[in-house]
Ligand binder design. Structure first.
Ligand SMILES: Nc1nc2c(ncn2[C@@H]2O[C@H](COP(=O)(O)OP(=O)(O)OP(=O)(O)O)[C@@H](O)[C@H]2O)c(=O)[nH]1
Ligand SMILES: [Mg+2]
Length: 472
């Protein structure tokens, strides 16, 4: 790993001199190296190609996109979903060559799109020299198998595509374990029929018991690997939980940025702190988490966490595997929900994010909607979003509009979250008064006969320490 040495999370906040401060060693920014199309074959020691050779790394796979808009109400919604699928395909490194939207209320159990449509698309695939057929909907293992036979090509569904993107982009140790686990969980029920292929990749002599089929051997091997990865992840999750506990003890409020992928979360974190998180105009630039210290205009310090973006129908396997990363969100004091105001359907993206939040039990958190990209968004759309989401703030992470207002709003929201207590502190407990000033926010202080009457906002840890002096 390159880059600065990660600092111990347990350090006293006062000891941290600069504002930048990475909590997860393996999420250090330089580890996420910049990527680009030309990057695919750089640094692999690949010899120069001769004129007759073709570098398959450079020739992009040609993809045929198929959607049915199953479960969607309108054609527009189905079209948008296909647009997004095209972006996902590009992000995965393939080229969307042709798209086909076939409205269907009930998927065909054997082929999803039905025999007739499948035959028609086979011709299209042959004519356009297609390498891979990508379905926008989730296919059952049997459907996928049937379709692969029918097309005589790879058939991939949205879930597999997203898993593939995550696998390509994960750079942190935790991220890689999480993605592999999600892929194995996805593959397990799809093993049948592919069993032989998998086995040939690595089964050694003597691994097969008497009477045991290839499929059972594969299953067993994958299950073993799954349990190893789960174990590893548990260990990493424990470390993370300890870091969070330490943070709680220090009672530094945490703010987590969530939002649809490409909404501009990393841009905002970079703008508000001096973080240098990778920003790119593509889906899933960020897969780990980066936590930075942020000083608000009121002088308070908060920790600000940037993390992985969400997408419609994020595979359940991924949410499951990314639970420990997403726990950073579930544990935050305030969620900044970044919305791309220039997106085709911002409200749809908000709903998709809320669906994932509910899956990780983070839907009860205090949330502030941040409408981003006001520099390019339609002002009417922005006004609409602000009206629909009370307390929302409009900003441009790129240009800097509205950032001061955003920081003020964060401060106000966090202050409102901390309960106010009335206390009577005896004069001989000067150390408690000092703690109230240091760790809480003293609103009123009146010196009386029995001691000092204080009204103050106190974080939980401090409130329990001075609990004996609380009056009515
Ligand atoms: N016009 C405009 N573009 C922006 C703004 N903020 C971010 N962007 C662009 O939007 C793209 C995505 O930005 P990121 O900050 O990487 O988005 P993200 O939400 O972190 O995305 P993921 O990590 O992929 O989920 C980049 O091309 C940014 O330059 C903005 O205020 N205005
Ligand atoms: Mg990002």
């Amino acid at each position: 790993m390159t880059g600065p040495t990660p600092r111990d999370d347990d350090v006293d906040p006062e000891d941290v001199v600069d504002d930048a401060f990475d909590e997860e060693g393996d999420d250090l920014v330089p580890a996420e190296r910049p990527r680009g199309p030309a990057d695919a074959h750089v640094g692999r020691g690949r010899p120069r190609l001769t004129a007759t050779e073709v570098d398959l790394e450079v020739v992009r796979q040609r993809a045929l996109l198929v959607g049915t808009g199953y479960g969607m109400r309108t054609v527009e919604e189905a079209e948008r979903s296909l647009d997004e699928l095209a972006l996902l395909v590009e992000t995965a490194g393939a080229e969307p060559v042709h798209r086909e939207l076939q409205r269907r209320d009930h998927p065909d159990p054997a082929t999803y799109i039905g025999k007739g449509k499948a035959a028609e698309l086979r011709e299209v695939a042959d004519a356009l020299d297609i390498d891979v057929v990508v379905f926008d909907d989730e296919l059952s293992p049997a459907q996928q198998r049937n379709l692969e036979q029918h097309f005589a090509r790879d058939v991939v569904d949205r879930v597999a595509l997203i898993l593939d993107i995550f696998a390509q982009h994960a750079t942190s140790q935790e991220g890689m374990v999480q993605v592999e686990l999600a892929q194995l969980r996805y593959r397990l029920p799809r093993l049948r029929g592919r069993g032989r292929m998998l086995s040939q990749q690595g089964a050694g002599i003597g691994t097969r018991g008497p009477g045991e089929t290839q499929l059972e051997v594969d299953r067993r091997r994958i299950l073993r690997r799954v349990s190893r990865l789960e174990h590893e992840l548990e260990h990493l999750a424990r470390t993370r939980a300890q870091q969070r506990k330490a943070r709680r003890r220090r009672s530094i409020p945490t703010v987590a940025l969530v939002g649809y992928t490409n909404a501009g979360k990393s841009t905002l974190v970079n703008r508000c702190t001096d973080a240098q998180v990778l920003v790119e105009d593509r889906l899933f630039s960020t897969l780990g988490t980066t936590t930075r210290r942020l000083r608000l205009p009121g002088g308070e310090t908060v920790l600000c966490t940037d993390t992985v973006g969400f997408v419609r129908r994020l595979p359940h396997e991924l949410v499951e595997s990314f639970r420990s990363t997403l726990a950073e969100v579930a544990d935050a004091d305030l969620v900044l929900h970044v919305v791309d105001g220039a997106a085709a359907d911002p409200e749809g993206q908000i709903a998709a994010v809320h669906a994932v939040m509910a899956e990780i039990d983070a839907d009860a958190l205090s949330e502030m909607v941040v409408v981003n990209k006001v520099d390019t968004a339609d002002p009417d759309v922005v006004a609409d979003l602000l009206a629909r989401h009370p307390g929302a703030v409009a900003v441009s992470g790129r240009r800097g509009d509205g950032i001061d207002r955003l920081l003020d709003a964060i401060g106000a929201r966090l202050r409102a979250l901390v309960p106010v207590y009335e206390l009577l502190i005896p004069y001989d407990r000067g150390e408690l008064m000092a703690a109230l000033h240091r760790e809480g926010e003293v609103l009123v202080e009146v010196h009386g006969e029995a001691g000092t009457r204080v009204r103050a906002r106190l974080p939980d840890a401090l409130a329990s320490r001075v609990g004996a002096f609380v009056v009515a």
